[in-house]
Design a binder for this molecule. Structure first.
Ligand code: PLP
Length: 391
């Protein structure tokens, strides 16, 4: 077998298991099995038509080449204005870097800020790429446990204990993948209180689901006095506008940091796709009816799914306040979450992600993405119930 001698740093990277589970589910489908997909965090809706039309127009008008590395000026302006409107922060185009998706903002933030040995506090369970990027940058991942007992909100006392002289960066993600938890205003104010006298600590605030809040409010830590300059906001178009394949996201940060992120961009991507950026202007400034309709659909599915899961003997699921994931506790069944998810796929045909795909503290949980039709959700719940009865 060919074993290329790749650089040692490659062993520091880990994958996003949801994609592996999807591949396995597709392989089963290729053998003729019927699979209900609840593993992948991707809206099942088509990108709204006005956004598609704007991209077409842009392509026909010649937006098919390179753009300035941090993004087209009108797109950066539209993002800055949107952030001012929606996140209550004062910003401008010089603080916006447009990148291909939300993920690069994570990767670049770690590369730009984390020195070997620096500690990075991050929620656990959380998006698996956080831990992977921290390791890749040579940082020390410091997990902050989120638990169902606390509605997957932050435990401020525990958080305080994790802050040391070596802390360089704190990651927050609200609404959260995989838990659907939303940090309240008090939570965010509490985080700010703890970090106020440590201006050397940066914050990466992943707000990619902040248009998908069902209970609670949008409250970015960057909107607090003194916090904008040391916060990097991660946001993008994938989830809100059902644009995962357009690869478009952005970071908002102090212009000095923006210059460094632009340097990482020019060394890796040159720029995000020009027509995607033009479509983004339409997404942010055009009608938001499709976004509202998608949110309403997600909420209806959430309500159905969580009630149905709680009706199954042995499963407990708290009500996610945002995003499109349910994170039920399946620890009663006495098998690991990985075995549970794997057997659920093999034996029942339901593809879901095991809790530990999101970190060690995800043990005992399963992540179900309800970015799928209510009909599929109904079938999945029946299959899960039958599966658990046989465990
Ligand atoms: N942040 C979180 C919490 C996510 O769940 C995801 C995608 O699943 C991303 C960022 C990245 O999104 P994108 O597809 O735009 O790179």
């Amino acid at each position: 077998m060919f074993k290329p001698a790749v650089a040692q740093r490659m062993s520091l990277l880990h994958t996003e298991s949801a994609f592996q589970i999807l591949a396995k589910a597709q392989a089963l489908e290729a053998q003729g099995r019927h699979i209900v997909h609840m593993e992948i965090g991707q809206p099942d809706f088509k990108t709204p038509q006005n956004i598609i039309d704007a991209a077409y127009r842009a392509m026909n008008e010649g937006y098919t080449g390179y753009t300035p590395t941090p993004g087209l000026l009108p797109a950066r302006k539209a993002i800055a204005e949107y952030a001012a409107r929606h996140k209550s922060i004062t910003t401008n185009e010089n603080e916006v870097v447009i990148v291909p998706g939300g993920k690069p903002v994570m990767f670049y933030t770690m590369l730009m800020l984390v020195n070997p040995g620096d500690e990075v506090v991050y929620p656990n369970p959380s998006f698996p790429i956080y831990e992977s990027c921290i390791n890749f940058a040579g940082g020390v991942p410091v997990p902050l446990q989120l638990s169902a007992e606390n509605d997957f909100r932050i435990d401020l006392e525990a958080f305080k204990q994790l802050i040391t002289p070596k802390t360089k960066l704190v990651l927050i993600n609200s609404p959260s993948n995989p838990t659907g938890g939303v940090f309240t205003r008090e939570d965010v104010l509490g985080i700010a209180d703890i970090l106020r006298d440590r201006p050397d600590i940066f914050i990466l605030s992943d707000e990619i689901y902040d248009r998908l809040i069902f209970e609670g409010e949008v409250f970015s830590i960057a909107s607090l006095p003194g916090f904008k300059d040391r916060t990097i906001i991660l946001d993008g178009f994938s989830k809100t506008y059902a644009m995962t394949g357009w690869r478009l996201g952005y970071g908002i940060m102090h212009k000095e940091l923006a210059a460094h992120m632009t340097m990482l961009m020019v060394n890796s991507n040159s720029c995000a796709a020009a027509f995607s950026q033009m479509a983004a202007i339409e997404a942010l400034t055009g009608p938001q009816t499709a976004v509202d309709a998608m949110r309403a659909a997600f909420m209806e599915r959430r309500d159905y799914l969580v009630e149905a899961l709680n009706a199954i003997d042995g499963i407990r699921c708290c009500l996610p306040k945002g995003a499109f994931y349910a994170f039920p506790d399946i620890s009663n069944f006495g098998i690991t979450s990985e075995e549970f998810a794997s057997r659920l796929l093999d034996e029942a045909g339901v593809a879901a992600a095991h809790g530990t795909a999101f970190g060690a503290y995800g043990e005992g949980y399963l992540r179900l993405s309800y970015a799928t039709s209510i009909e599929n959700i109904k079938i999945a719940v029946e299959l899960i119930e039958r599966f658990t009865k046989n465990l």
